[in-house]
Design a protein around this ligand. Structure first.
Ligand SMILES: [Fe+2]
Length: 356
């Protein structure tokens, strides 16, 4: 007969063993991650933002089931909110341990750029004390190649060109945190959280030069430009490019000057989904800003009247949890693109053909 004490000891050792194992910090190396293959033609690009590592994440299974060619994070990949790199690392590891997210990593190429919560500071700017350490953690979380340009320079901005010949898509991920000037709180009750920083900058000179070069010397058919914060809306109370009027105009001027083929802006941050559109003088197509946020939590009670946006397309605004997809039709020249906002259950909240 087996001694009952041996059985109890074995159970206890087993439990201790398990505990020791789960206490080991996970790294992206321990997860099956498919690599980013830029030779691939992109026909379906999915993106989204604002995912709390402590919240349930049921939306990934719908994103995975659609088999997009690429997933783009547009910030708030974790709610880090700490100036302690260890805390950020633990939260990234918690996200990597999410089994639904692991299914995305093993099936879909993933790239991304941070916003404020993953950067480490709510509405954070260039003065954030651990921005260097935070960037290192983010590029590790995204499994970015050891010899990638983004690892060799200040800031987290990145460029990818997918596809070949007539079917190139260039993706430019802008870093709206690392070099961003300060915003001053607006104490006067004007309805705006911040005073505009009239002469302030968002990108910093090195990133502006890089962006000009990327847009000037590009033969891509589609240019997707992503940033955590919204590009086009001007009225709302929160963070937006319009809080920095000079930088905002500089971006529009650069697009007018370089006239990239089919530039599409994508953004997150707001915990709502909407599509905004503006006509720039020198572009022969409408410039869209497609906002998708958030993946785990959203502004369920959003009200059109409380969220004015003169550039909103079709007056559709959603406060449901959501992600977005761009469907590229390569059978026409120039390619046409359909934008979809999808929610839980994979249902289409809103779709819009970008070019007639
Ligand atoms: Fe967020």
């Amino acid at each position: 007969m087996i001694d009952i004490r041996i059985i109890i000891a074995a159970i206890l050792l087993g439990l201790l063993g398990c505990k020791t194992e789960s206490d080991q910090p996970l790294s992206v190396n321990s997860v099956n991650v498919i690599s980013v293959d830029t030779s691939k033609t992109l026909s379906r690009i999915a993106f989204g933002s604002c995912s709390d590592e402590d919240e349930p994440q049921p939306i990934w299974k719908y994103i995975v089931s659609n088999e997009a060619d690429l997933w783009i994070w547009l910030g708030d990949m974790i709610y880090g909110d700490s100036d302690n790199p260890k805390v950020l690392e633990e939260k990234y590891n918690e996200q990597l341990a999410n089994l639904e997210y692991q299914k995305l990593l093993s099936s879909t190429a993933v790239i991304g750029i941070w916003d404020d919560h993953d950067y480490g500071e709510n509405d954070g700017d260039k003065n954030f004390a651990i921005k260097k350490e935070s960037k290192e953690l983010m590029v590790n979380f995204l499994n970015i190649d050891k010899d990638a340009d983004v690892r060799k320079r200040e800031g987290a901005y990145q460029s990818y060109t997918f596809g070949e010949g007539e079917k190139k898509v260039k993706i430019l991920l802008l870093d709206g945190r690392y070099f961003r000037d300060e915003l001053k709180n607006n104490i006067v009750r004007s309805g705006q959280r911040y005073h505009k920083n009239e002469a302030g900058d968002i990108l910093g000179e090195a990133q502006w030069k890089w962006l000009e070069n990327e847009l000037s010397n590009s033969d891509a058919a589609i240019h997707i430009i992503g940033c955590g914060i919204q590009f086009v809306p001007v009225e709302h109370n929160y963070e937006k490019w319009a809080n920095f009027p000079m930088a905002h105009q500089r971006l529009y001027n650069l697009l007018n000057q370089t006239q990239p083929s089919r530039a599409i802006l994508i953004s997150g941050d707001r915990h709502i989904a909407e599509i905004s559109s503006i006509q720039l003088d020198s572009l022969d197509y409408p410039l869209y800003d497609i906002t998708s946020s958030g993946l785990t939590h959203s502004y369920e009670k959003v009200d059109q009247n409380g969220e004015p946006n003169q550039y909103r397309v079709n007056n559709i605004l959603s406060g449901q949890k959501n992600f977005a997809q761009l469907e590229i039709d390569w059978s026409v020249v120039p390619p046409n693109v359909k934008a979809e906002i999808r929610g839980l259950g994979n249902h289409i909240i809103y779709e819009h053909q970008l070019y007639k």
